[in-house]
Design a protein around this ligand. Structure first.
Ligand code: GDP
Length: 315
């Protein structure tokens, strides 16, 4: 498991252990820096690893992606290249690469099917990150085509849940709004600022659903997985199939938290892609769909945030 401290990796560890897999191997960053090729090669040569979940990545919200494109493209290309190649060289039997729905063109037809990949220009605010993720999919596909490797890819929509990043500079919208509305209630503020116009639409998936989907995809026999995808379009979308506008999301979070003040939109901040809704029929055809509704998922995440509030505000 690469990335076990992150929101997705930690959910995956919980899910795998819940399915009775006690042999999950993880390493802290201080013991294994995945951006260092020789360290990764040594690690794979020394451990007997059968299956790899590649959930390690540099991730961030619209502001961080827009302002640090070099960091996003470099770290992600390094991590995924090192892990995928070392996994192949050490004879790993199956690998799952986790990407993102931002791989699709900015103005892709909605909902976005897997086939929409590389049919048009990308959204500018996260182009560097998206290019790295597209390279990861194509790398898995290439190892499949050249070497027959069983290297699979899943592309999640916007994820949220426990262990999320609540830092307002680098987080995604859902944890940012949970924090902003909670802080406003604590401070008795009457106004909360939401970035952009509020009109963009996004799809949100709870990370425990994402982890369950990853396990489902990895448990599919090779014949089932490779029959459902194609040689040059081998990834699978993971989402709920439903989206909402940022303004509606802000209203829902305000209601759950009990904020009764005003919501203002800050037009100086970017909107990003106008709409990002995944076509999840490929995954549905393979027998999986999301279970955690948005209201329930937000309430659970709000509970987690308030439990860990002390750590979040000092971070
Ligand atoms: P994206 O899906 O890659 O665009 O990433 P984000 O989750 O960071 O942003 C989604 C949308 O939410 C964008 O239109 C943002 O402008 C909007 N948004 C509104 N308020 C916030 C906020 O406080 N933080 C973030 N990250 N986005 C916000």
């Amino acid at each position: 498991m690469a990335g076990h401290h992150g929101m997705v990796g930690s959910a995956l560890v919980r899910a795998l252990q819940g399915r009775g897999d006690p042999h999950v191997i993880t390493r802290d960053r201080s013991a294994l820096d995945l951006t260092r090729q020789s360290e990764v090669e040594r690690f794979f040569a020394a451990e007997r690893i059968d299956t790899v979940y590649l959930a390690a990545a540099r991730v961030g919200g619209i502001k961080a992606n827009n302002e640090q494109p070099a960091d996003f493209i470099r770290d992600n290309l390094q991590i995924q290249t090192n892990v995928i190649h070392a996994a192949f060289c050490s004879g790993v039997s199956r690998l799952l690469f986790l990407g993102s729905s931002c791989i699709y063109p900015r103005l892709a037809e909605q909902p976005m099917s897997e086939e929409a990949l590389m049919t048009g220009p990308l959204e500018g605010t996260n182009e560097a990150y998206a290019v790295a993720k597209i390279a990861g999919i194509k790398m898995c596909e290439s190892y499949r085509r050249q070497h027959g490797a069983d290297f699979r890819s899943v592309m999640p929509t916007n994820l949220y849940g426990p262990q999320d990043n609540f830092d307002l500079e680098s987080s995604h919208v859902l944890p940012a709004l949970l924090r902003k509305f909670h802080q406003a209630v604590l401070a008795g503020d009457g106004v909360v600022q939401v970035w952009g116009s509020g009109r963009p639409r996004r799809e949100f998936l709870h990370v425990d659903d994402m982890a369950a989907a990853c396990c489902h995809v990895m448990e599919l026999p090779p014949g089932d997985y490779w029959a459902a995808v194609s040689d040059r379009c081998s990834h699978i979308n993971v989402g709920t199939g439903e989206d909402i506008s940022i303004a509606e999301l802000a209203g829902l979070i305000a209601e759950i938290i009990g904020f009764r003040g005003a919501i203002e939109f800050d037009a100086t901040m970017p909107d990003g892609t106008p709409r990002k809704l995944l076509d999840v029929s490929r995954l549905r055809g393979l027998g999986w769909e999301a279970h955690i509704g948005l209201r329930e998922g937000i309430s659970r995440t709000y509970g987690w945030m308030t439990e860990h509030w002390e750590n979040i505000v000092v971070a």
